[in-house]
Design a protein around this ligand. Structure first.
Ligand code: EPZ
Length: 418
């Protein structure tokens, strides 16, 4: 298992090219299964979660060719219906292969997905939606056995919660289903729009992606296409938080500022100056940050839950008290305990965290508990005087491409110790 060794304090300064979005690449990779010819994806990030998705595609019979951030998938001989437990466990997003396999093969056998431990990660919304489309679901002995002998039928589906994964899964099942599907209370994240854009480039007929009501008119088949994955808004927010926490100055390139807009208020309230370009964001931090009165995580276009941990580290060194309310996941404060080891002052009570800013953080050894929590610890290590060690960084490698290379270019003394 690798560790990061960070010699703080650092002040981030320089430019960073933001990579393709993990949470867009994963459902789009699953979607390539539906095509009857080759797809090429550009700006596809080099992450362990993407590697896991490519392993699943290969297991199902796809031919894969990868050259840096370009991935070619030939699904023409992919008729696999089962994904074994060791592949399903690697990430949460493996569940969106269910919709794709059902659309292609009319039955599927999967075990439960893995992913970050952020509290319970049920898939009831996914499965109830598929039942409405004519799928018989048998959940026994730890596996999910789905049959739809007469093929998937379009349906009107009212989501009890605008689940990102469930919206994606329904799109994959509906795009070649018989008839029309209407999704009410759909997730509105930019990654949904990117998935719909990919499917429409392949011949799909999806309208309303990005709004709460999405209409899908089933088509007979999908052809391959070329598609460039949108930039990763959470990677961007993470490096902005690192620059802010260390009193630095950063130019982010290859971003879509509108996707990151929901976090701008937090950086402005903290005292950062931001210049927004067409596909750039320039952030200049004050010497010391001011507290952020309230961060309440919400579904898009509210404040993204994935940015909560990195922004919490910013608040640990700000002047004053910041309050967090995590409304999306039941247990997404595991990083708080690890931040206490740096000398942060955080009190967690259920979904609320109260962060009392402190002048300094102190080098220590800390353990990454999940993807975004791990990034938060690296930011803390940059703020702390002395040499820190972050362990279990495999969590970080799931969602941040070569974080140590990006940070070294920005002036951070960070090494990966294998
Ligand atoms: C996606 O997870 C992202 N992952 C998460 O990013 C992100 O935090 C989340 O959306 C919210 O934006 C990927 O896209 C791979 P949800 P997902 O379904 O689809 C409950 C990261 O760090 N729920 O919108 O799993 C669920 O328990 C990761 O990159 C049900 O109750 O999120 C949670 O409380 C972490 N039943 C809430 O909805 C269901 O069937 C949000 O889940 C599905 C979800």
């Amino acid at each position: 298992m690798a560790d990061f060794i960070v010699n703080g304090r650092s002040v981030l300064c320089g430019e960073v090219d933001i990579h393709g979005a993990k949470n867009s690449a994963l459902p789009i990779l699953a979607a390539t299964l539906l095509c009857n010819s080759k797809c090429t994806l550009y700006n596809c990030p080099e992450l362990s979660d993407v590697d896991a998705a490519l392993k699943i595609l290969k297991y199902l019979g796809c031919k894969i060719h990868r050259q840096c951030d370009a991935v070619e998938i030939d699904p023409s001989n992919a008729f696999g219906k089962e994904i074994p437990d060791f592949l399903m466990r690697e990430m949460r997003s493996s569940i969106v292969f269910l919709g794709a396999i059902l659309a292609k093969c009319s039955n599927a056998l999967l075990s439960y997905p893995g992913g970050c431990e952020l509290g319970p990660r049920p898939i009831d919304i996914h499965l109830n939606s598929f039942k409405k489309m004519g799928v018989e679901v048998d959940e026994r002995f730890g596996s999910i056995n789905c049959q739809c002998c007469n093929g998937l039928c379009g349906a009107t589906i009212n989501l009890p919660f605008p689940s990102v994964g469930a919206t994606e899964n329904i799109l994959l099942a509906a795009v070649t289903a018989k008839g029309t599907t209407k999704i009410h209370n759909a997730a509105r994240e930019p990654e949904i729009i990117d998935l719909a854009a990919f499917l429409n480039s392949c011949g799909g007929k999806i309208q309303g992606a990005g709004d709460s009501v999405i209409t899908v008119e089933g088509v007979a088949h999908l052809h391959g296409c070329e598609h460039s994955i949108i930039p990763d808004r959470i990677e961007a927010a993470t490096y902005m938080a690192a620059a802010a926490a260390t009193g630095g100055k950063i130019l982010l390139k290859n971003v879509i500022p509108d996707h990151i807009e929901p976090v701008f208020y937090a950086f402005r309230e903290a005292g950062c100056d931001m210049e927004i370009g067409e596909n750039t964001i320039k952030l200049t931090a004050p010497k010391r940050l001011s507290r952020i009165k309230l961060i309440r995580t919400l579904v898009y276009p509210g404040f993204p839950t994935d940015a909560q941990a990195p922004i919490m580290t910013m608040c640990t060194v700000a002047r004053g008290t910041s309050i967090f309310i995590e409304t999306i996941f039941q247990n997404r404060y595991k990083h708080a305990n690890e931040l206490l080891r740096f000398g942060a002052n955080i009190k967690v009570e259920g979904r609320v965290a109260v962060v009392e800013g402190t002048e300094r953080l102190y080098a220590t050894e800390a353990k990454a508990t999940d993807l975004r929590g791990g990034a938060a610890l690296v930011i803390a290590a940059m703020c702390a005087e002395g040499v820190s060690r972050i362990t279990d960084i495999y969590h970080i490698d799931r969602g941040y491409q070569s974080m140590e290379k990006v940070l070294t270019k920005l002036g951070v003394d960070i090494k990966r110790e294998v």
